[in-house]
Design a protein. Structure first.
Length: 442
């Protein structure tokens, strides 16, 4: 099975870089404990800070299930600023330079490391697919994308980048390329103290994260699932991100208001949560109509399927059969995921709608009780009758909706199971065919 280099991998690898480059040698393997599970990677190349160098970086490649290394999916990750209390040269001086709107001096070292790695990977017949950085190194990812991303075709990702007017460090041609290809530079910006560096929110594909807090200058690695942020997880921690539904925004606002009330004992949690919801609209413009996590899940699976199809086109023999098995399994997985997620979403939507209707009915009833002294009982009952919950909520229709979606889920699950069996049969046939080639004829 082909293992993708995802944003989740990049963020967690950056967090592990400073330790890994001192404990693991080139060509050795190490483990990343990701939110989605444990995965193993080969260190293709590395550099650790010393008295003359402030850079900590490593190039990694996924380890396949058969123990081989996939050099077609190599990522380079650059750690954040080397601190005065850490081994090697301090990166504070170059961070100040970036704050003043210049390219960090660290970029030259980062560029040299990229070129060295490119040669190593080329010798393996592989390619660099991703380059990522955090904080100061996140700042010069813009230059990295403009100067080298367009040449080699890799995606560049920055986490909570640091540096003023970094767009001005690009040449005119690099600037024009980035404007036309914003998808080659993915930027995640927290509402942390890194905002004070004067960074822009204009170039590349920018995702603003609000509510993490002034002190949360990090990759936010624990919130990534594949190539996307887990919006439900963020909402439960009181954090806003683009493409949240109204329900996710309300939850995030409620949690945020409760967290921040300890700093202001006089604050009213409900009114603060309401203000916070309004702030979401000011920041992001609108709520998402559907569940973004499902869309992202399908997108990630589609990306994996597309990559497998491309690999199959260039493969032959046993490798081609192996990739076809992977493709069948990927399609089967997608079918199952879509069915399960569709059921969850409809169930959640109906639960939310029933709750909203119930609350509306209660408000109307409470309002009616306040005017009972001015009207007769019959007049009040006639007024509220159309707004009783059993009149507003059609439980029969809700059950029918769930029944239909469950049938669709069962069909997709059956399809997934059959496709998985086909994949296994292809694999078994390939194994039998391979064995027969080396079996002496009687």
């Amino acid at each position: 099975m082909v293992k993708e280099i995802t944003t989740e991998v990049l963020a967690n690898a950056i967090d592990a870089t400073k330790k890994t480059v001192r404990t693991v040698e080139n060509d050795d393997t190490f483990r990343l404990d990701l939110p989605s599970g444990k995965q193993y990677y080969t260190v293709v190349n590395k550099i650790a800070s010393n008295d003359d160098n402030q850079l900590n970086a490593m190039a990694i490649a996924p380890v396949n299930e058969d123990g081989t290394t996939d050099y077609n999916n190599v990522a380079i990750v650059y750690a954040g600023t080397n601190m005065p209390n850490e081994t090697g040269k301090s990166g504070f001086g170059s961070a100040v330079n970036a704050f003043n709107g210049n390219i960090s001096e660290e970029y030259k070292q980062a560029e040299k490391f990229l070129n060295q790695t490119q040669k190593k990977v080329a010798q393996k017949g592989g390619s660099i697919t991703d380059v990522a950085g955090f904080s100061q190194s996140g700042g010069y990812m813009m230059k990295m994308a403009g100067e080298h991303g367009q040449k080699f075709g890799f995606r560049t990702t920055s986490f909570d980048d640091w540096g003023k007017n970094q767009f001005n460090t690009l040449t005119y041609d690099e600037q024009q390329w980035l404007k036309k290809n914003p998808e080659f530079l993915i930027r995640y910006q927290n509402d942390s103290w890194a905002n004070a560096s004067g960074r822009d929110r204009k170039y590349g594909t920018v995702s603003q994260i609000s509510g993490a807090g002034f002190g949360e200058h990090s990759t936010l690695a624990k919130y990534f699932d594949g190539d996307t942020l887990n919006l439900d997880r963020l909402a439960k921690d009181g954090i806003f991100a683009p493409n949240m539904t109204l329900e996710q925004v309300k939850l995030a606002a409620k949690v945020w208001a409760k967290k921040n009330s300890k700093f202001n004992p006089l604050a009213n949690d409900k009114s603060e949560a309401k203000k916070r919801v309004e702030e979401y609209l000011e920041l992001y413009g609108k709520y998402a109509k559907g569940n973004a996590n499902l869309t992202a899940l399908k997108s990630t699976t589609d990306k994996g399927i597309t990559n497998l199809q491309k690999s199959i086109a260039g493969a032959s023999g046993s490798k081609k059969i192996e990739l076809r098995v992977d493709l069948a399994n990927a399609v089967a997985k997608k079918a199952k995921i879509v069915g399960e997620e569709a059921e969850k979403i409809l169930k959640k939507m109906q639960q939310d709608m029933e709750h909203e209707i119930s609350e509306l009915s209660k408000e109307i009833l409470n309002g009616a009780n306040e005017i009972r002294q001015y009207l007769s009982y019959a007049e009040v009952q006639e007024m509220i009758a159309p707004y009783e919950k059993n009149k507003l909520w059609d439980s029969v229709q809700a059950s029918e909706n769930m029944g239909e979606i469950q049938q669709d889920k069962e069909k997709l699950t059956t399809f997934s199971e059959k496709l998985t069996i086909i994949a296994k049969n292809i694999q078994d046939y390939d194994g039998q065919a391979g064995s027969s080639m080396f079996t002496p004829k009687q």
